[in-house]
Design a binder for this molecule. Sequence first.
Ligand code: E4P
Length: 220
Amino acid sequence: MKFFIDTASLAQIKEAKDLGILDGVTTNPSLMAQEGISGQINIINHYKAICDIVDGDVSAEVISTDFRGMVEEGKRLADLAPNIVVKVPMIKEGIKAISYFTEIGIRTNCTLVFSAGQAILAAKAGATYLSPFIGRIDDLNWDGIGLIAEIAEIYAVQGYDTEILAASIRNSKHIVDAAKAGADVITSPLGPILALLNHPLTDIGLQKFLADHAKAAQNA
Ligand code: E4P
């Protein structure tokens, strides 16, 4: 399973990259706004800065909601770097745009996915990645991980190539459960990725190893 970081923060992207486990980055307009990035030129420059850090895929989301606007924006974004993936919302115009991008060889990430039916449409349109939002589904007391499992089953039965990118991750258990449910990729904020490191027995065990080593050194 690939690990993407879900942020527009250059510092956090670098921190995840330094772990040696980073396969890519996803952003969205809210994450760009959180970093104070606005205006076409600043947004373009920020995507370039992210692509300078990361070799793997970087999802850059279109703001337009009509076919023509999405195509213009998507082509501009895709021209920035070979690892840009154009992120397109799961709406009628978005599916048209994904089909078009597929035809001309531009890779896409279909975002804001909340149902298996939407997942089938996106795969038919040739989306490279599909982003079901686990956390936002769980927030409504529905079953985000259940949706990942359902889509994984459908994609396997149908032989679809679209990769399932489990998004809207809120905690490290989501990452483990998405892996079990058949996600090809998770995209997560840095916190849940780092939380995968934690176990109290690891801390206790390490303290004992170091204490025993120090004791032996004293007795030598
Ligand atoms: C990523 O591609 C999504 O935009 C993101 O994971 C959404 O996460 P949120 O529900 O925490 O905003």
